[in-house]
Design a protein around this ligand. Structure first.
Ligand code: ADP
Ligand code: SF4
Length: 676
């Protein structure tokens, strides 16, 4: 039953000429799809609207070929073909009565332009962002006039495509923010210097956009109110106040966040709590009468309510919470708050964008698959048979598989060796900053508890004989993986002769590690979260910790989850010793032996314990032991038991098995291709 306490979340709110049906606002977020996949994008955004988000926004949408982010997934509104493609998205959103917003984008010197090969543009002749060895031209007055025309033309196209809200996007280090910030604007003309001058382009863009949409669309301003660069940039307690005061009533809606890099805004749970942006954006509402939307990985309805009550925000903005649970608003509306699948803040969704691939999510295995595989987050077809299934192992894969099979109506038994369900996340959630990862277990355990056709057996280590005797029609092995002890990892291709077993540990041995202060070397050839989180944990326990890796930075793959810089800073701040670009060659005389990956120069370290975080192997002994004991084709493997990977892949694997059980397995995911 709907809890009237939350009624305020469902107020209608006016945004310029439009009315949002409630206060749930899916702020723009990358989907990794962009203009290459308009049908998949439309399906993704349509599902958000169906799930009750009153406003649903697109990802960044380029206004002109001089802002191209290929191969990353961005949209474009360059011509009438784009209008037709984006109309699909707006229509899919409107089908469910929500407002459609488009985030018009120009990247300035943060664009790539590798597809269009247009010269980059910038306020003051910056060098291209990051490592590209090219310069961005300083815009002259004619360039600025042209740029304003591009924004106007794209806004007019957005109106023709049917959007209700059109953005002026001055966030995340893109061109309008580059004009706003002293860090990047060194102009001496009327667009540089004073705040009035630096805001000039943005106020012109708002006015141009408003003229272009002819009163049919609201105009939103997305502004980074703190670049987190200290006094060199815009700060929430410094220039941002003057900027907001200057532009206060100009836009119809303020969408405020922190920047400059995206990693600051969509900060992972390891480096931020729910609602972490509040102290940065709280001042905005005091300076404008226009509605304000902000984000903060909100998943708790009480936290949302508190933001409204205390006058921090008018709209609850969400990217990740809407990815993890596109039906979050509807669940609150229907009094099913307990069913909200809460984002864990792992940023695997961000990784998809950084890898230039379609979005995926740890918690929501249907994310990105709405069109490609026709998966709906809340609906699943009834099973085609009444086969019973025994799932062995209650980690992420087993839990998800059991739940989805149960939702299809199968009789399911879930057997777990341990007392607690959760598998690997029980371990991962013990690591510093990763506590919220336990939500992967919690949500599934809770939902399984609601289904009478799923029986859970704890403390039930199953042998091949037990499984065969159990009598299920089908067996799914979700027995996970274990950490390797032979040194094989990302860079280590061959097993190492590790003579001194006593001193060698893996993350599976966490409870055996020395308790008294000791000297521990962690060798990370896995490059995701576990190696650095263990370093942090052991250092906090008072050990002397050295973190060694064959790559040039700590936790290299976390560049994809926008965490790498934060992680490296944390280890350095904690005085964890770093040995970078060194490969483990073996252990001699109780001392780990390394070699520089560039020169081969040897390096010997002394320590009491060597903790190998390198790779994992499937725990699939049961699969082989069951050969001949079960009918052909009646045993399947999922998750880490099939191929160890991150949690998102294990959840996906479990979900996919359940969806495809008894169905035509030859179905391939759909891809969007140009007309033949
Ligand atoms: P995944 O990520 O693929 O879900 P996990 O390693 O998280 O894999 O989970 C595997 C789970 O399987 C663990 O909780 C483990 O205790 C359980 N398990 C492993 N072998 C057996 C077995 N023979 N019988 C019952 N449970 C098992
Ligand atoms: Fe949240 Fe992780 Fe899903 Fe992203 S991938 S929405 S951070 S659970």
């Amino acid at each position: 039953m709907f809890n009237p306490r939350y009624a305020r979340l469902f107020d209608e709110v006016r945004i310029g000429p439009k009315t949002a049906p409630n206060r749930f606002f899916q702020t723009p977020h990358a989907s990794g799809m962009g203009w290459r996949a308009p049908k998949a994008s439309a399906a993704l955004r349509g599902i958000k609207a169906e799930g009750g988000w009153g406003v649903v926004s697109t990802e960044y949408c380029s206004i002109h070929p001089s802002s191209d982010d290929f191969p990353f997934g961005y949209l474009s509104l360059w011509d009438e073909d784009d209008v037709r493609a984006l109309a699909r998205i707006a229509d899919a959103i409107h089908e469910h009565g929500s407002l459609a917003a488009v985030e018009l984008w120009h990247g300035g010197f943060h664009a790539n332009n590798r597809l269009t090969r247009e010269p980059l543009l910038s306020p003051s002749g910056q060098r291209a962002h990051f490592i590209q060895p090219m310069a961005a031209r300083a815009m002259d007055k004619a360039d600025i006039a042209e740029f304003r025309a591009w924004q106007s033309e794209a806004a007019a196209r957005a109106r023709r495509a049917g959007f209700d809200i059109v953005y002026v996007y001055a966030g995340h280090d893109y061109l309008p923010l580059q004009f706003l910030s002293r860090r990047t604007n060194r102009r001496l003309d009327e667009y540089g210097g004073s705040i009035e001058n630096r805001t000039r382009l943005i106020s012109q863009m708002i006015e141009d956009t408003r003229d272009a949409v002819k009163g049919d669309c609201a105009v939103a301003l997305r502004l980074a109110v703190d670049e987190l660069h200290g006094p060199r940039g815009i700060t929430h307690d410094g220039e941002a106040r003057d900027i907001v005061a200057t532009l206060a009533e100009l836009p119809d809606l303020w969408d405020v966040n922190v920047a400059g890099a995206l990693g600051n805004d969509s900060r992972s749970a390891r480096f931020s709590d729910e609602g972490f942006q509040e102290s940065y954006v709280a001042f905005v509402k005091k300076l404008t009468t226009k509605p304000v939307v902000g984000v903060g990985r909100f998943t708790s309805p009480d936290m949302m309510l508190s933001q409204l009550r205390r006058g921090i925000l008018d709209f609850i903005g969400a990217a990740r919470p809407s990815i993890a649970d596109p039906f979050l608003p509807l669940k609150i509306r229907e009094g099913r708050e307990d069913e909200i699948r809460e984002c864990i803040g792992c940023n695997i969704c961000r990784a998809a964008n950084n890898e230039a691939v379609p979005i995926r999510c740890t918690q929501n295995p249907t994310m990105g698959e709405e069109w490609r595989r026709g998966w709906h987050p809340e609906q699943i077809a009834p099973g085609r048979s009444d086969k019973s299934v025994l799932v062995v192992g209650a980690g992420p894969a087993g839990l998800e598989c059991a739940l989805a099979l149960g939702r299809r109506g199968h009789q399911v038994a879930l057997a777990e060796a341990g007392r607690e369900l959760g598998g690997r996340v029980l371990f991962e959630a013990r690591l510093p900053g990763l506590q919220s990862w336990i939500r992967v277990r919690d949500w599934r355990q809770h939902m399984i508890g609601k289904l009478a056709n799923i029986s859970v057996y704890r403390e039930s280590p199953m042998t091949a004989g037990d499984i065969a005797d159990f009598g299920a029609d089908h067996v799914v092995l979700a027995t996970g993986g274990s950490w390797r002890r032979d040194g094989i990892g990302g860079a280590g291709e061959e097993p190492l002769a590790l003579a001194d077993d006593e001193m060698i540990f893996t993350p599976d041995d966490l409870d055996r590690l020395p308790v008294k202060p000791a000297s521990i070397v962690i060798y990370d050839d896995d490059h995701y979260a576990v190696g650095s989180a263990l370093a942090e944990m052991l250092r906090a326990r008072g050990h002397r910790v050295t973190y060694a890796t064959p790559l040039p930075v700590v936790s290299s793959w976390t560049q994809m989850t926008d965490e790498q810089g934060f992680i490296q800073a944390r280890l350095m701040t904690m005085d964890v010793g770093l040995v970078l670009s060194h490969r483990l060659m073996g252990v001699a005389g109780g001392k780990p032996q390394f070699a520089c990956i560039h020169t081969g120069r040897p390096l010997e370290l002394s320590c009491d314990a060597l903790l190998l975080v390198t790779g994992r192997v499937p725990q699939d002994a049961l699969y082989h032991a069951l050969a001949g004991l079960m009918p052909d084709g009646a045993v399947s493997r999922i998750g880490d038991c099939l191929a160890p990977s991150h949690i998102a892949d294990a959840v996906f694997s479990g979900h996919r098995f359940a969806r495809e059980f008894g169905e035509d397995r030859t179905a391939v995911p759909r891809r969007e291709r140009p007309e033949p």
